[in-house]
Design a protein around this ligand. Structure first.
Ligand SMILES: [Zn+2]
Length: 404
């Protein structure tokens, strides 16, 4: 078979930005890993009679999903980063390979890795030895910046002063796609600052933002608590991960001035509601407080929200983005808006909207073919019929566990 032949995928409809494609059509033509045309099947076939044609009656074609927050080097167990920190390269590599494959199974053709150790994820992204592996496009933040004894200090990214922050960025800039900074404490380092506390001053977060921008890199900041969130907004980070607006156990804040500034300067919130959110919501929802209410509040204030699973940390899996998306449906978000949040909305916020996230000629052929219409039922996103990553077509059978 001629490898250069284009492939035309035909379904019932095309979906773009969580809506029926503005130009209509029912087909996408893919050539050399890119979308080269969208439109009506009869016209695309007539213009390229040599192309192979695959028909999916009753299906929709849409952009691949973007999981904005994963840790490919984590194993989702209670000791999730033990393998990663063990320094046993073969074990870490096998773990990252399996996790990347699992992401693709859930239709995620792009994932943003927000923290590993030793640069393993970036090496996996670049290595020829793994070029054959079944995986999404990976954006890597490398090792997160943190303070001595701070959140995830054991990953090795300690930088306490402005000079240390700058030199850590200088060292990693050539390998990473963005910088991650632990602006506040977290749950995985009980001996460090609490999740409600700030770790860095506004000035030092600003140093990271300014220095990363010299390399054209975004900064993603970890912040659960209101105080670190406000500092991140002041410092101008690109995304605030978790972004729970919490000042203590059981408390949620609504800082109106800060959220308005967040929206104005287009700082996105990187939500990491875990797939098992229903079990958590049962315990934390009270008559005064509804689980997820900070998401509704941010959306009402025009803050862009990204959906990530934080997969790799305890109690998560890599193939369950759709379960996290269900929370938004429960909160009353329109299905089309939820789909936009995990496709073009995310791509734009992550600075890759010119490469992926939509069905347009010239973009990467990152596509899903899903049974039914996701605008009517998000369930069809859970295990897409076909996942096409950079033009390579996978069935769910292809995406089962790797045989060793
Ligand atoms: Zn995380």
């Amino acid at each position: 078979m001629n490898a250069a032949r284009a492939e035309i995928f035909v379904a019932d409809r095309l979906i773009s930005r969580g809506r029926e494609h503005p130009e209509g059509g029912d087909a996408v033509r893919v050539s050399q890993g890119q979308i080269d045309a969208t439109g009506r099947a009869d016209e695309l076939i007539a213009s390229d009679p040599e192309a192979t044609v695959s028909r999916f009656a009753g299906h929709s074609i849409m952009p691949g999903l973007i999981n904005s927050h994963v840790h490919l080097g984590g194993d989702c167990s209670k000791s999730s980063f033990d393998v990663l920190c063990s320094g046993a390269p073969d074990d870490v590599r096998a773990l990252i390979r399996a996790n990347a494959r699992s992401c693709l199974r859930a239709g995620c053709t792009t994932v943003r890795d927000l923290g590993d150790a030793w640069g393993y994820v970036a090496r996996f992204r670049d290595s020829d030895a793994d070029a054959d592996s079944v995986r999404p496009t990976v954006l890597s933040a490398g090792t997160p910046l943190t303070i001595t004894g701070g959140h995830c200090w054991y990953l090795g990214g300690i930088a306490d002063s402005a000079a240390e922050i700058r030199s850590a960025i200088d060292r990693s800039a050539g390998d990473v796609d963005l910088i991650k900074i632990m602006a506040g404490g977290g749950y995985m380092t009980p001996e460090g600052p609490t999740p409600f506390d700030a770790q860095y001053s506004t000035e030092l977060i600003g140093v990271a933002v300014e220095h990363a921008s010299r390399y054209g890199l975004q900064v993603a900041a970890h912040a659960h608590g209101t105080e670190p969130i406000v500092r991140c907004i002041e410092a101008g980070v690109s995304t605030i991960e978790h972004c729970g607006w919490r000042s203590g156990p059981g408390q949620r804040d609504q800082n109106e001035a800060a959220v308005r500034k967040m929206a104005q300067q287009k700082t996105a919130a990187g939500d990491t509601t875990p797939a098992v959110w229903r079990g958590i919501a049962k315990y934390v929802t009270t008559p005064e407080y509804k689980f997820g209410s900070q998401l509704t509040w941010m959306a009402e204030n025009d803050v862009r929200i990204l959906i990530g699973t934080d997969s790799g940390v305890p109690g998560t899996e890599f193939d369950q983005l759709k379960l996290s998306m269900e929370l938004y449906e429960e909160l009353g978000f329109a299905r089309g808006d939820i789909i936009d949040m995990v496709t073009m909305g995310a791509a734009e916020a992550l600075g890759i909207g010119h490469k992926t996230g939509d069905l347009r000629a010239g973009m990467a052929a990152d596509l899903l073919i899903v049974a039914g219409n996701p605008l009517n039922d998000l369930d069809c996103l859970h295990r897409p019929e076909r996942v096409i990553a950079q033009g390579v077509v996978y069935s769910q059978q292809d995406l089962g566990d790797e045989q060793s």
